[in-house]
Ligand binder design. Structure first.
Ligand code: NGQ
Ligand code: ZN
Length: 454
């Protein structure tokens, strides 16, 4: 057993002092003792927190992050951005995808994300034909995660149609398209491959209500187990709400709750345009809402009613989605700031028993994130995986903060280099702010960027 000692750790019971933690050979936490002994233990360099799950990633989109901030048309929107994204997706090779994903995952680890749900919908060759191994690109994602050391919930995406009512897919979507049977074969091929990877698992995923039919949702759900994550993009854009109303007479979240049994396995990504009845239905279902505040801001989506949702006990996680930002602190901060800007008030997201906003945000996102990924993470507790981050105890802001003030300093006024050391599954993946493969990865990534942006 390896032993670690920290002066301050955030445990499920709250902040504890002089904590000794022991990790079993399988990477899980075997003992946790407050006011424990430092004898024979490695001393951690600052406050210890559970690692943050990232509930929503499209790794390849990192290539275009920051490159679409020039007006192409007075009506630039989510949909014009999507055209640019389709142009990029049309060019990526399997090797490039793996290089990009490894770089993104290394950057995630350095920011304090210790696991990621990859919402993976690029399945086929450039002309839309399947690869010799239909799981080629999914395997690249798994390999990238394992090279970086991040935990992975791989979500191969079912994508069949361009719009509600089974509309035929467009040219730009040809690499995404599978029928239900092809999709279930892909799942069957991946299950044994991921089962042997430490800290990796499989979930199911519908791209959106636009992209699948009700019958397809039923066919896929009929095949999965009681703990299998189910992710879907939903109600992100007003256009999508309007199209869903025209198709069914219901808004997307209303349609989902009326036709499908939404439960704790579900992660509803964005859910931006949720009315009061919809907010209540999600909160009661126990599903997690996957909020991606920097991408939602970047794409002009709107603001999720998180104050009302949290007040009803709703569960949430955070995702970096298109990766315009790879920062846990910034994602949490903008989750709160969106609510402030809408309400013209301060300190919006807190619980009656927890007035500290940074702590409320952090607790909600680690716990909802663990649920959405379906992995034994999200708290420093016995039997959970040793996925954690150590903040920099030498940083003057953090050294002088106590308890939840540490989280507030980091989330609202901090910088990413305050994340000092990161562990996944009992293995160090970031030490003193550095990942062992960061130089090599950055070089390969720069080469992929040169090729793709040429
Ligand atoms: C995606 N991304 O699948 O990458 C989507 C855009 C769509 C976000 N929604 C495409 N952030 O929704 O059709
Ligand atoms: Zn997405």
């Amino acid at each position: 057993m390896r032993a670690f000692f920290t002066e301050r750790a955030l445990l499920p019971t709250g902040w504890a002092a002089n904590v000794r933690l022991e990790i079993a050979a399988d990477g899980t936490l075997a003992t946790i003792t407050a006011q424990g002994s430092p004898h024979g233990a490695e001393r951690l360099g600052g406050p210890l927190l559970p690692g943050m799950p990232n509930v929503h990633s499209h790794a390849f989109q990192r290539v275009m992050a920051g490159l679409t901030e020039a007006a192409g048309d007075p009506d630039d929107s989510f949909w014009t951005w999507r055209e640019l994204m389709y142009r990029l997706v049309g060019r990526i090779t399997p090797g490039q995808l793996q290089v990009i994903a490894r770089q993104v995952y290394i950057e995630m680890l350095k920011a304090g994300y210790t696991s990621v749900a990859e919402f993976h919908y690029v399945h086929h060759q450039h002309d839309g034909r399947a690869y010799a191994d239909p799981a080629e690109l999914s395997r690249r994602i798994s390999a990238a995660a394992s090279a970086s050391g991040i935990g992975l919930t791989l979500l191969p995406v079912l994508y069949s149609h361009a719009g509600f009512g089974g509309q035929p897919p467009s040219e730009g979507q040809r690499r995404f398209i599978n029928g239900s049977e092809q999709y279930l074969r892909l799942q069957d091929r991946l299950a044994p491959l991921l089962a042997v990877e430490p800290a990796q698992r499989l979930g199911v995923c519908f791209h959106s209500l636009r992209a699948v039919t009700p019958a397809q949702i039923g066919d896929v759900l009929a095949t999965i187990g009681v703990d299998c994550p189910v992710h879907i993009h939903i109600a992100e854009q007003q256009q999508e709400v309007d199209d869903c109303l025209a198709w069914s007479g219901l808004r997307p979240l209303q349609w989902l709750h009326e036709h499908v049994e939404v439960d704790r396995r579900w992660c509803l990504v964005h859910a931006t345009h949720a009315q009061a009845d919809e907010v209540g239905a999600i909160a009661r279902s126990g599903a997690v809402v996957g909020l991606c505040p920097t991408t939602e801001a970047n794409l002009g989506d709107g603001i999720f009613p998180a104050v009302a949702y949290l007040a009803q006990g709703g569960r949430l996680g955070i995702g970096s989605d298109s990766h315009v930002s790879l920062s846990v602190a910034e994602e949490l901060r903008w989750l709160e700031y969106g609510q402030r800007l809408r309400d013209q008030r301060r300190n919006r997201l807190y619980r009656s028993d927890q007035p500290v906003v940074g702590r409320t945000l952090f607790d909600a996102a680690v716990s909802g994130g663990a649920q959405a990924l379906g992995q034994p993470v999200g708290e420093l507790a016995l039997g959970k995986r040793a996925d954690w981050l150590v903040l920099d105890g030498n940083d003057p802001y953090l050294a002088t903060a106590t308890g939840d003030g540490i989280l507030n300093r980091w989330v609202f006024a901090g910088v990413d280099r305050q994340v000092r050391d990161v562990m996944v599954n009992g293995q160090w993946v970031v030490r003193q702010g550095r990942h062992a493969d960061e130089e090599e990865s950055a070089q390969a990534f720069a080469q992929a960027l040169r090729e793709l942006l040429a």
